[in-house]
Design a binder for this molecule. Structure first.
Ligand code: GZL
Length: 326
């Protein structure tokens, strides 16, 4: 089953986006404001923690190269202090535009004020920071709350409204972990027979998912579970290993729904070890650099751009696998 959702520009936000605040299409102070000069973009990436992140980085790097935009790329290895250091160095380098995907929501106020004071426009990619919207030009990424809802709706249907659920959360304090949990639990309110009995972070990594699942299966409560909700596919794939090592059948003894839609998830579904993945599209390089070029040209942008996504389960996995781009 695949539900395709078109690219959505949130109309109300579109209005806000035209508010003309300082960050709206602010002509950058960098070199590209001179005609014919190469645009220089500083990008602080979270890390390389998952298949999703690798695909996201590839999309961004290849799109910049395709457009002849100079990309100064920094990998923060999932540490906020490394991202803040990188953002400050982009200010010092007087880049034309700063882009970043904040590893967690909190703690960005001071450095984003420094960027604003330097007159450099900011484009937020993938995850949102907990700052006011006038600190950035636009936020391009997925609707994580809806992804959580989709996961819960699929599981409720699969389990006929009755499930004892284990939950592998993403990075504590990150927008996707907060919002996916929120959306999942919102739908669970309609299903009294579906309960999350244990929940732990696996930090969005395969190793983290395996470790957390091993701990779940060592506890009596964990052994009663018949379903797993993983905030991303990498943790689900790690959990599958732990489930097999415990002598159980992933996808059968424990029905698994996760989020991202990476190739490994489709392969696991074809093998009958994963049951559903909710797509979270990492290939946002084209939209990000459309926004960069619009900002440099001084054009207005909506505050929020939500990317297209679907839901894929075992019934379509084999057919869809060859089409996967990440
Ligand atoms: C979601 C992204 C998340 C992915 C994980 O947009 O921020 O981070 O779901 C990745 O795989 O680590």
């Amino acid at each position: 089953m695949k539900l395709a959702f078109g690219i959505a520009l949130a109309a109300s936000v579109l209005v806000v986006g035209c508010s003309g605040s300082k960050q709206e299409g602010a002509a950058p102070g960098g070199s590209s404001s001179k005609p014919g000069k190469k645009i220089v973009v500083g990008f602080s990436q979270i890390g390389a923690e998952s298949g999703w992140r690798t695909a996201n980085t590839e999309s961004i790097k290849s799109e910049a190269a395709k457009r002849g935009i100079e990309l100064r790329f920094s990998d923060a290895q999932q540490k906020q202090e490394n991202q803040i250091k990188a953002l400050r160095s982009f200010i010092a380098q007087k880049v034309d535009v700063i882009m970043f995907s904040p590893v967690v929501e909190a703690g960005w106020g001071p450095v984003m004020q420094e960027i604003k004071d330097a007159g450099i426009p900011v484009i937020v990619a993938d995850r949102r920071p907990d700052v006011s919207e006038d600190m950035y030009v636009t936020f391009i990424g997925s609707d994580f709350v809806e992804e959580g809802r989709r996961a819960a709706r699929w599981l409720a249907k699969k389990m006929n409204g009755k499930a004892t659920i284990l939950e592998l959360q993403g990075t504590p304090g990150s927008a996707p972990a907060i919002d996916r949990k929120k959306g999942f639990e919102e739908v669970l309110k309609d299903y009294p027979g579906m309960k999350i009995v244990l929940s732990q972070s696996g930090d969005f990594t395969r190793a983290g998912g395996k470790q957390a699942m091993e701990a779940f299966l060592k506890s009596p409560v964990g052994r009663t579970a018949n379903a797993l909700f993983a905030h991303n596919d990498d943790m689900a794939l790690g959990a599958i290993q732990a489930i097999e090592e415990a002598g159980l059948k992933p996808g059968k003894d424990i029905v698994i729904v996760s989020i991202d839609g990476v190739r490994g998830a489709f392969e696991a579904m074809v093998a009958g070890k994963l049951n559903c993945t909710v797509e979270c599209n990492p290939i946002i390089g084209p939209q990000l650099f459309d926004a960069v070029e619009a900002v440099v040209a001084g054009k207005q942008l909506p505050k929020r751009i939500v990317v297209e996504e679907g839901v894929y389960d075992q019934s379509v996995a084999a057919k869809e696998l060859p089409n996967r781009k990440y």
